[in-house]
Structure formats: structure tokens, C-alpha cells
Design a protein around this ligand. Structure first.
Ligand code: GLP
Length: 275
């Protein structure tokens, strides 16, 4: 895992969008795993901008979203299909037939979950999975007690998650209590993961996710098992991390991140901090 700390949420979203754009240019047939939530809106804004201004081409790529609420048809403004149409799909040249979200109104939800897993496999697996983190430490909707090897399934939402998202529904009573979500095991099979977290309200859970012990109670900790996971945060979300000097040194010195650095320091002026 690597942790990249950016000065603010704009810079953090910018970096994530640039990584996605780079991967998509390198492989136009990219299979992209997508996330929803307020944090991701800034990433999608930038991808739309790159499509308009730099002709970033989505025509050959395939997408799989992490999750969808049970009981919401795609026409519902609170469905994640609606969110994706609104924030990305409608504004870029993606072929909608190549965009996938679980069907939250499927008659047989277990069958729907099985088919979703099969579809991911049929496209050769996910190349790059975008992730946010919920206040309860979930990735997708893998709430506490999610098995670390879980597959796509229906999960009941915790009170913390209901409270976090209730405003969008005009109150908790109107919010679905369950969602279909890719499992932790499904997410861990993606070739690369990028988790974006910004804002002070994510600082505690982020520290637990990155530096705490791996536990099914905080599904984001499972990312510590992933061979290629990048966590991008702003200063506010990084506030409770302990090894920030180490993380900063890696970002500022590793060749992979050269093109993403904001400030270049003169060579030799940036020694590895002593612990
Ligand atoms: C929902 C989604 C998660 C997302 C989380 C973060 O719970 N299912 O995938 O990570 O929201 O939301 P926000 O970015 O609004 O904090």
C-alpha cells in the first residue's frame, strides 16, 4: 500500500483523475471499477473535463460499479445508476452497454449477485478499482462483519451508514436498509485499487483502515492485503496517521509518482526523515 497526501481535496481528486486518465490512455479497453459518494464527484468532474478538453476516450472501456441500493430502480434519483449517469456517463463517450451496476430491483437478488460476479470475470476482471470509504470504514457497502473473502451479495446497512446518507433521501425512513455490494474478496481481486478519502470527518476511520489491524469490522483494512493499492488523501483526512513523513518521502522520491508531484524540490534537499 502507498499513501499520498495532497494539500486539499481538490488536489487529491485531481491526482486520482490523472491516474485514471493515464491508465485509460495506456489501455483503452480498461475495465474500471467505479465508486459513488460525494468524494468521487470531484474525480468524475475532472474526468469529464479531460474528455472535453483532452479528448480522453471512454468508448472502449468497461465499467463495474461497487454497489447499488436494494429496491431503487435506475430511474430513482437516489439510485447509483442515476448518480453515475449524472456525474459521468452522460457527459463522456462511454457506451452505456459497457457500464454495469448491480440491479437493485432484480426479482432474485442472490442470482443477480452471482451474475454480477460472472460478468466481471467475463470481462477479464477489474483493472483499476476506485474506492471511497464510509464513516463505518466500509468499502462498497461492506459493512462491519463483512467476511474478508466475501463476494457480491446483499448487505444490510449499519446505522452509521444510514445516518451518513439519509440527508440525500430526505430522512432515514425513506432510505433503503440494504444494498447489493461487491464483496471484499471481489474488490481484492482487482489488479489495482485507489482509495480516495478527504475531509476531517474521515481522519479517524482512515487511520484505522490504513494503520490498524486487519478486521472484518472495518472492511477497508482488507486493502492492506492488496498488492497494489494507493490511498490518496488530503491533509485533513491524513491528520490521524502516524507515519506521514514516511508516506511523504515515498511520494516525493519514487519514480512512479514523478509526473504527479506538485512541487519539485532540488535534488539532495530532501533526505529521508530519520525516525
Ligand atoms: C457510500 C458508498 C461507498 C462510498 C461512501 C463514501 O457509502 N457505498 O462506496 O465510499 O458512500 O461516501 P462519501 O464520499 O459521500 O463520504
Amino acid at each position: 500500500m502507498e499513501v499520498i497526501i495532497q494539500p486539499n481535496q481538490e488536489a487529491a481528486a485531481d491526482l486520482v483523475a490523472r491516474v485514471v486518465a493515464r491508465e485509460l490512455r495506456a489501455n483503452p479497453h480498461l475495465v474500471l471499477g467505479l465508486a459513488t459518494g460525494r468524494t468521487m464527484e470531484r474525480v468524475y468532474q475532472r474526468l469529464v473535463q479531460k474528455h472535453r478538453e483532452q479528448k480522453l476516450d471512454f468508448s472502449l472501456c468497461t465499467t463495474f460499479n461497487l454497489d447499488e441500493y436494494v429496491g431503487l430502480p435506475s430511474s430513482d434519483p437516489n439510485s447509483y445508476r442515476h448518480y453515475m449517469d449524472d456525474h459521468l456517463f452522460r457527459h463522456v463517450n462511454i457506451d452505456l452497454r459497457n457500464t454495469h451496476l448491480p440491479n437493485g430491483v432484480a426479482e432474485d437478488l442472490d442470482r443477480e449477485c452471482e451474475l454480477y460476479e460472472k460478468a466481471i470475470l467475463r470481462f477479464g476482471g477489474i483493472d483499476l478499482q476506485l474506492l471511497g470509504i464510509g464513516k463505518a470504514g466500509h468499502i462498497g457497502f461492506n459493512e462491519p462483519l463483512s467476511a474478508l473473502r466475501s463476494r457480491t451479495r446483499v448487505k444490510a446497512l449499519t446505522p452509521v451508514t444510514l445516518a451518513q446518507n439519509a440527508a440525500l433521501f430526505g430522512g432515514q425512513k425513506k432510505m433503503p436498509r440494504r444494498a447489493i455490494t461487491m464483496g471484499v474478496g471481489t474488490i481484492l481481486e482487482s489488479r489495482r485499487c485507489i482509495l480516495l478519502a478527504t475531509g476531517a470527518e474521515k481522519a479517524d476511520i482512515l487511520a484505522r483502515a490504513i494503520e490498524g489491524p486487519i478486521s472484518g469490522m472495518v472492511s477497508a483494512t482488507a486493502l492492506q492485503l492488496h498488492p497494489h493499492c494507493t490511498v490518496v488523501v488530503d491533509e485533513a483526512a491524513a491528520a490521524k496517521l502516524t507515519e506521514v513523513d514516511y508516506y511523504r518521502w515515498i511520494f516525493e522520491n519514487e519514480p512512479e509518482w514523478r509526473e504527479f508531484r506538485l512541487l519539485k524540490r532540488p535534488a539532495g534537499s530532501d533526505p529521508m526523515p530519520e525516525k
